[in-house]
Ligand binder design. Structure first.
Ligand code: 2U9
Length: 348
């Protein structure tokens, strides 16, 4: 019975091929080869016609049985291969969720910005507005309106970054105050403002000078403003930035935009007034300049100096930060070296 034997042989070879197949491509090939329309089983079934009526059903059912057997073996092997391939993929993509994560470095405001923020918060609490303005200014607002006439040494090319004869990098934040005074409607109440920002001076950088640094200036203009108001305000600044136990002392000084002008000292934070190397044995440290707004400055901004008066002050957050943290070189604030900057980070 040649056909039956051929079928048996096909089955044995087929089963051997199936169990040897190592991937899904190969098992598909085998399926097409064995069970496809042009495959040997279909071919063998066609040969049934030549058999006797007696043999035909027997061999026919044998052929069907072999076809089913092969189909089942293919299906089983395919399932096995699929499971193995899925397992290999899962294994390759496995993530150990118990491993520690990669830390993400989180930024913080610059130490100078933090001092500015602290001052802003305090002045906002006292009803002041915070006023910003351009870093490129015109000569008129930066110098003329601040009572710095054409022949003043501060206007020298040597001291100021001029962009054109009329435009310059602001040397202080005062032009913001000059503009605010021009625009303020004094019938609606006093002008109370602080103006923080970057300023520029044509200096050679060294440990105590930077061609670009920061200022926070304050201005109050109203009727009946006194130097007592100025001193009280500066005492609050000292208490807020340094602590309640700090005293303020005013010494006479000179600025073109204030008259009288003062320099303000606070109790030396290092020796608390006893005298030490930090305060050069005076017990005091100079922290800011201030004064009563010069009548010319009021006049030029369209404010009548016979009715209104005011106080103004200017301080350098860079210098504050140096004093507060014992930084001896101002350039450290501008190098963007995170090893320096992260020393001031607050956690949480
Ligand atoms: C207007 C009128 C007056 C602002 C003032 C100072 C004194 C002062 C320096 C401190 C250190 C600048 O940051 S610093 O380099 N400033 O000493 N500034 S009075 O006076 C004004 C401002 C605006 C309209």
């Amino acid at each position: 019975m040649a056909l039956k034997e051929r079928l048996q042989e096909l089955r044995d070879r087929g089963l051997a091929d199936i169990s040897r197949s190592e991937n899904l491509t190969r098992i598909n090939e085998i399926r097409v080869q064995l069970l496809g329309k042009k495959g040997p089983i279909t071919e063998a079934l066609r040969g049934l016609r030549e058999l006797s009526a007696e043999e035909r059903p027997q061999v026919g059912s044998f052929a069907n049985q072999i076809r089913d057997e092969l189909a089942t073996a293919i299906e089983e092997r395919r399932n096995e291969l699929e499971a193995a391939s899925r397992a290999a993929q899962l294994n390759a993509e496995a993530i150990d969720v118990t491993l520690p994560g990669t830390p993400v470095a989180q930024g913080q405001p610059h130490v100078i910005q933090r001092i500015i923020d602290q001052l802003e918060d305090m002045f906002i609490g006292m009803g002041y507005q915070v006023v910003d303005g351009p870093e490129v200014e015109d000569d008129h607002h930066n110098f003329e309106m601040m009572n710095l006439p054409k022949d003043h040494p501060a206007r020298d090319m040597q001291d100021t970054f001029y962009l054109t004869p009329e435009l310059l990098m602001r040397t202080h934040t005062s032009p913001n105050q000059a503009r605010a005074m021009e625009n303020h409607d004094f019938n609606k109440g006093p002008l109370k403002m602080v103006s923080p920002g970057r300023v520029y001076r044509r200096d050679t950088d060294d440990a105590t000078h930077s061609h670009q640094f920061h200022q926070v200036e304050g201005l109050v203009v109203d009727k009946h403003v006194t130097m007592g108001d100025l001193k009280g305000t500066l005492e609050l600044v000292a208490a807020n930035l340094f602590g309640d136990e700090f005293d303020v002392r005013l010494r006479p000084s000179y600025f073109p935009f204030t008259e009288p002008s003062v320099e303000a000292d606070i109790t030396c934070f290092n020796c608390m007034g006893k005298g030490c190397a930090v305060c050069k044995y005076t017990g005091w440290i100079e922290v800011l300049g201030a004064g009563m707004v010069h009548p010319n400055v009021l006049q030029m901004a369209g404010v009548d100096p016979s009715i209104y008066g005011g106080f103004a002050f200017g301080l350098g957050p860079d210098r504050f930060a140096m004093l507060k943290y014992g930084v001896t070189d101002i350039r450290n604030f501008y190098l963007n070296d995170t090893r320096f900057l992260t020393q001031f980070y607050q956690r949480g």
